[in-house]
Design a protein around this ligand. Structure first.
Ligand code: UT7
Length: 332
């Protein structure tokens, strides 16, 4: 057992003010509010508008708010991990830019890409640095400007995604205190053909042809991804619960990645955790990729109690998927 476990000691989110509603989407593609609502549970999503604004700007708002909330000097942060699939640029890492924008000067920082599972991958990665004993204050921020890679002529994908960011602070705590306790992660690259961006990487650098073919947007085979998500999120959640002798009654909150309300409902059913104990805000924000889970924690923060057992679970491109068991560390 590590000498120090890691616990979440603060959370803060940011969503852009501009709303893209289902009725607005009806004027852009061949869809209806009724279809989007019944098939996905989404009513509206936020879009980051404004020249020169990217993923790092939303993340910087979230991180700024996080540090102010706890009255922490940015100079105290040792490490910042930015989980994103929409970095400001291919390089340098968006994490470096966020540190620059928020005055974090004594940290090292890097980006982590595990698609929609990115935030939970980042959370566990960060917790290991804290457990090492060398890192006292670590920030994990999930931020995505999905509107920058969504094709607003493709009705299958453009109705799902939105923009947003949220950050958590991790600090060490003695064993026995509420902490991040267990996880089960998986990745399977054979899922690549079903969810990816075709061009822009080293395999297929940008050309006029790739732009004309609309290959710089999210490509998704919805049904295949849907089926995999429904099975896999429940599977890993059950594995973590079984390994730690946790019954559904022991769980205070299930915090699932918000990709589709039907996936969330199926996961809750399979894991035996009633919907009344599931955090759901997909109707307001859609799928913000790396921000969905921390945005839920932020919105539910005032209801969370010290010692509450939470299961966080996500699924995304790669494929990647996983579940985390943590105990909430504070009353707000
Ligand atoms: O977070 C990353 C991981 N991603 C996911 O977890 C996403 C998983 N997939 C999904 O959420 C769903 O598959 C979608 C929301 C993408 C699509 O829902 P679906 O129930 O699987 O629809 P479908 O692809 O089976 O399409 C059913 C019908 C089709 O029409 P036909 O062939 O039956 O005539 C589609 O063309 O619905 C049509 N359709 C739409 N109709 C109105 C697809 N998109 C739309 C739309 N509006 N926006």
């Amino acid at each position: 057992m590590p000498l120090h476990r890691a616990q979440i000691t603060a959370v803060h989110g940011f969503v852009p003010k501009d709303i893209l509603s289902n009725s607005q989407l009806e004027t852009m593609v061949d869809t209806t509010d009724e279809w989007i609502t019944t098939r996905t549970g989404i009513k509206e999503r936020r879009i980051l508008k404004g020249e020169g604004l990217g993923t790092s700007d939303m993340a910087a708002h979230a991180v700024d708010g996080l540090l102010k909330k706890r009255n922490i000097d940015p100079a105290e942060i040792d490490l910042l991990i930015c989980c994103t699939v929409t970095p400001d640029m291919k390089f340098p890492a968006t994490a470096n830019i966020i540190c620059h924008k928020t005055g974090i000067k004594n940290a090292f920082s890097f980006d982590l890409n595990a698609a929609c599972s990115g935030f939970i991958y980042g959370l566990i990665t960060a917790s290991k640095y804290v457990e090492s004993g060398s890192y006292k204050k670590v920030v994990v921020v999930g931020s995505d400007k999905m509107s920058s890679i969504v094709d607003y002529t493709d009705r299958q994908t453009c109705v799902i995604f939105g923009d947003g960011a949220a950050a958590i602070l991790l600090e060490p705590c003695p064993p026995g205190e509420p902490a991040i306790l267990d996880h089960e992660f998986r990745a399977d690259g054979s899922g690549t053909p079903h969810l990816h961006m075709k061009a822009g990487g080293s395999l297929k650098p940008p050309t006029h042809q790739t732009i004309d073919a609309r290959e710089h947007f999210v490509y998704q085979e919805g049904q295949t991804v849907f089926k995999f998500a429904v099975t896999k999120m429940a599977e890993v959640s059950e594995t973590v619960m079984r390994r730690n002798a946790l019954s559904p009654d022991d769980i205070s909150w299930l915090v699932p990645h918000q990709a589709n309300l039907r996936i969330i409902e199926a996961t809750s059913k399979r894991a035996g955790i009633p919907l009344s104990k599931v955090m759901i805000n997909i109707h307001k924000y859609g799928n913000t990729t790396n921000a969905t889970i921390p945005l839920c924690l932020w919105e539910w923060e005032s209801q969370l109690k010290k010692g509450d057992n939470l299961i966080l679970t996500a699924f995304g491109g790669g494929f990647t998927w996983g579940a985390v068991w943590l105990q909430w560390a504070y009353n707000s």
